[in-house]
Design a binder for this molecule. Structure first.
Ligand code: FAD
Length: 743
């Protein structure tokens, strides 16, 4: 796995950033309206060879990869650059691939800046009059009529039917309604229908990347404004109605950007699902860029609507870009056709993808993860069964000590636990591959999941004695841990803990009550947040309290999601001082690290979403009273949306994991995964619950029964490990620099 751009890619990115900073100011963008074209800027890009990025070297281009083109599109998007960069890059490549003297002559003119070529998105045979991106400035249009690819020059520009003004005005991009039947010349090319389809796919990919960065610009400028503008005596960024809108948009748009990168990776690897990924990407990027730019505009209040302000520019540009690509939900339906086969009576759409070249980035977890996945599969072959899968759900906490010890012996229980303490010392990627494999078999394993988080806290902040004493026992599956953070009067406000730790001789006595101490009925040690002084933050001390002793008792709590959790009571529980983690009254620092560990992982949400999608598909393919549910377009949209959200969560999760492994972790990236994953799981399963009614009224282990279970279980995932509101606050503060709203 590698998300580090190559030196050449970074250079391209920074050069374009500089050019656009200098030549795509708000004033220049406005001056380029209404057509949406700045000739001077275009000439600079031509001099830099940008339109030739994807043209092979032997035809006068630089033969760069799809990823290079994507990075160029991103920069153009962030700058709202009034140039047809995406259209020209794609059309020029198509000209180069088509071959023939006419194509070569036009290509030469395009690379020299004497002409601009674009492409018509729809077949001219069925739609001769169509809105063509960059049609207002293009000298030539590449289009498909039937199966024939041709160049049309001097195509008639038509007034827009609504107002007769000429260009599309929603975003002042150079899109134009053209009559492809009325052109000065038409020259047929040797290029194939497939080559044209691949060019269209490239256009969508680059367009989606552009959309994501237009939205990112809108979010950044709204965040900046929210840090300055005051209302009711406060900066508006202190109001969550402002900051949470931005955090949500930021998460979705960052997901769109990463999904575009992932799609490049999938195309480069020729993955069978690459075309479906591209269709999901367009839907996700288009809808979320539209909503993000609208949300950002509103944060400027009345000024956002004023043409002198840039907020409306982002909104109009994103809008134009998505509208020219047609209804985004049609792309989601296309994704459904590609993923599940077409609905009865529909044809399989023709799809082709461009050649990606050397893209440098790579989302695959690699050989170590593949080997670990194989080991987990072998374990499942030995120990897995339908009865066990059911046990994992029916037993509420799915805990079987013998099985856990067998998993430990196979190095699958706590995969990252270092070898020096008896663990297998695998990489985080291998650990994620193991969790994915076990989850595929229905083993989600909440309880070891908690210990898996907490041994990392011991490893990070525990004393040498504690590490030597406990980590080997944990590695062997002999000892389990629980988290005692939440109290009856404080959950999100974790530092308001009241459970008291008072000195007794060399040790401590703990008194108080904790809520929702999951696995506290089986744990050997609880990581306790205790109060040791009155000051809210400088009066917190952490202990890893041994709880298999007098002074500890448990009452069970059953949840709507079939979870078993507990109220735990501490009455003069004796804790020797060697079980303290961190300084006395210095617990906040340790807790911050513990929370960062808890909020860093996200692949469990990916696994849950994947399981939900599988179950829903299983149900949808079964013929019912009114035919196969999967033929219902509403269900197809819901299934494909679940798949898309799973992919977005996956790329956010992989990025977070990669950044962690490379020492580049940023505080908001884990919370983005948690927010996107848990909210997606809950919202998709609630929607599928309704669509699959009344079958989802019944419990079960597969199909509709599993949808029903997901709809219940997913609710708590938006609450534990920090509610979605808390995640949005962290993302707003750490990712966008907005003011802190919690004390
Ligand atoms: C199944 C399950 C397992 C759990 N396991 C554990 C465990 O093992 N150990 C443990 O310690 N805890 C555990 N929890 C508890 C969980 O961490 C808390 O429920 C959670 O942090 C919320 O705290 P609360 O329930 O006190 O809600 P509150 O903090 O009272 O929140 C109530 C509502 O107010 C909102 N809210 C609170 N503060 C803000 C704010 N600043 N801005 C905006 N909105 C806000 C919340 O988002 C929520 O919607 C578990 C919970 C569940 C459901």
């Amino acid at each position: 796995m590698n998300l580090q751009l190559s030196a050449e890619q970074l250079l391209l990115e920074s050069s374009l950033e500089r050019v656009f900073q200098e030549h795509s100011s708000g004033a220049r963008i406005r001056a380029a309206e209404p057509v949406g074209f700045d000739r001077e800027l275009w000439d600079i890009l031509v001099d830099l060879g940008i339109p030739a990025l994807r043209v092979p070297e032997d035809q006068g281009g630089s033969g760069m990869s799809l990823m290079h083109a994507l990075l160029a599109a991103e920069q153009a998007g962030r700058a709202l650059a009034p140039v047809p960069l995406v259209e020209a890059v794609v059309a020029n490549r198509l000209l180069a691939l088509a071959g023939g003297s006419e194509a070569a002559a036009l290509l030469e003119d395009c690379l020299a800046g004497r002409a601009i070529a674009t492409l018509a998105l729809h077949n001219a045979g069925t739609r001769p009059r169509q809105l063509v991106p960059a049609g207002a400035v293009a000298d030539a249009v590449l289009c498909l009529q039937g199966d024939a690819l041709s160049i049309r020059r001097g195509v008639a520009r038509l007034p827009m039917p609504a107002d007769g003004a000429g260009q599309t005005q929603h975003g002042a991009i150079a899109a134009q309604l053209l009559d492809l039947d009325a052109s000065d010349s038409r020259v047929d090319l040797a290029g194939t229908r497939e080559a044209f389809a691949a060019a269209l796919a490239e256009w969508r990919l680059l367009g989606a990347a552009q959309l994501a960065l237009i939205a990112r610009r809108a979010i950044d400028s709204a965040a900046e404004y929210a840090c300055e503008r005051e209302a009711f005596g406060r900066r508006i960024g202190e109001y969550q109605a402002v900051s949470h809108v931005l955090a949500e948009a930021f998460t979705r748009v960052d997901g769109a950007r990463l999904l575009a990168w992932r799609t490049v990776d999938a195309i480069a690897r020729r993955e069978p699902e690459a075309a479906a990924l591209l269709a999901m990407l367009w839907w996700w990027a288009a809808v979320n860029a539209h909503e993000a730019t609208l949300g950002a505009l509103r944060i400027f209040g009345g000024y956002g609507t004023a043409l002198e302000y840039d907020a409306q520019l982002c909104y109009r540009r994103a809008g134009a870009q998505l509208l020219v690509g047609g209804d985004p939900e049609k792309q989601l339906l296309l994704a459904a056709d590609l993923l599940y086969g077409p609905a009865t009576g529909r044809e399989v759409p023709v799809v082709a993808l461009p050649d990606a070249g050397e893209v440098a980035i790579d989302f695959d977890w690699g050989a170590e993860a593949d080997a670990a996945r194989e080991e987990a599969r072998a374990f499942l072959r030995r120990h897995g069964s339908e009865a066990r899968r059911r046990f994992m759900r029916d037993s509420l906490d799915g805990f079987d000590p013998g099985l856990q010890q067998a998993l430990a012996a196979a190095g699958l229980l706590y995969p990252e636990l270092p070898r020096e303490y008896g663990g297998p010392g695998r990489s985080p990627r291998a650990a994620a591959a193991i969790r994915e494999t076990l989850a595929e078999a229905g083993w989600h394993m909440l309880m070891p999941g908690i210990t898996d988080m907490l041994w990392k806290v011991i490893h990070h902040a525990g004393s040498d004695w504690m590490k030597q004493e406990l980590l080997p026992k944990i590695a062997a599956g002999e000892v389990y841990l629980a988290m005692g953070y939440t109290e009856p009067t404080s959950g999100s406000d974790i530092f308001a803990a009241r459970t008291a730790a008072t000195r007794k001789g060399d040790g401590w006595l703990i008194n108080g009550q904790k809520m929702f101490t999951s696995s506290g009925h089986r744990s050997d040690y609880n990581l306790m947040v205790t109060r040791t002084a009155p000051d809210k933050h400088r009066g917190i001390t952490l202990f890893l309290a041994p709880v298999r002793q007098a002074g500890y008792s448990v009452t069970e709590i059953r949840t709507i999601g079939d979870e078993r959790t507990n109220v735990t009571f501490y009455n003069d529980l004796e804790v020797p001082d060697r079980y303290r983690i961190g300084e006395v009254n210095g617990g906040v620092k340790v807790l911050a690290a513990a929370l960062a560990i808890e909020q860093s992982g996200g692949d469990l949400y990916v696994n849950w979403l994947r399981e939900l999608g599988r179950a829903a598909l299983e149900w949808a393919r079964e013929p019912g009273a009114e035919g196969r549910p999967i033929d219902d377009p509403r269900l197809r949209l819901a299934l494909a949306a679940t798949a898309a959200r799973m992919q977005v969560t996956d790329v956010l999760s992989r990025r977070s994991l990669w950044a962690f492994e490379h020492g580049q972790a940023r505080k908001h990236e884990g919370p983005m995964v948690k927010l996107m994953g848990s909210e997606s799981w809950m919202n998709c399963s609630q929607q599928l619950l309704r669509l699959a009614a009344p079958d989802t009224l019944l419990r079960g282990y597969t199909g509709a029964g599993l949808i029903e279970w997901s709809a219940r279980r997913s609710i708590s995932s938006t609450i534990f490990a920090g509610t979605s509101e808390i995640q949005r606050s962290i993302i707003a503060e750490a990712g966008l620099g907005l003011p802190r709203t919690r004390s």
